[in-house]
Design a protein. Sequence first.
Length: 169
Amino acid sequence: MEKREFASISLYLKGRMRLLTDKDEPSRFSGFGLSDSANDVEELTNSHTPEAMVSFLLNMNAKLDAILSHLKHDQLEEDFPNRIEILELSGSQVTVRNTNGLSEGAHLELLIFLSDFPLSVAGACGKVIKADPKTATIEFGRISAEDREKIVHHVFVEERRQIRTQRLA
C-alpha cells in the first residue's frame, strides 16, 4: 500500500480515546450519519411541496439532528472514557496534548469532534509513533475512507479560514 502525504494544520479540537489491548481489537466506533441538509433541501425543493411545508420539514429535521447528536455524544463519552485535545491534524495522523500518559507503541482508538452542531465525528485506530511529556503523535492505522475524507475536508476548510484571518490582521 502506498503512503500518501496529507496537509497538516495546527488547530484546537476536542476528542475522545480509549486504549486498545491489542492492535487488532475491533473498533467500537462505526460512524453514524445525520442528515445531509443540502441534499434534503434539493430533494424537497424538487418535490413540488409547498414552500411553507418545506420550511417546516427542514426545521423539524434540524431539531431531530440536534437531539440525535446529543444522545450519540453521551454514548461516545461512555465508550471512549479519555478526553483528548487535538493540536495538529492531517489525513494520516494527529498530535494530541499528552494528558493521558501515552507512550510510544501504544495502540488506541480515537474520535475527533470536527464540529459539535451538527455533530461531525471522525474515528480511527492508530499507534503512538512519538511521545514526550507534552504531546503524542498518533499515526492512523485503521480509518475508513469516509472518516479520512471528513478529516481532509476539515483541514482544507480550516486552512482557508486561517489564511483569511491572517490576511485581515
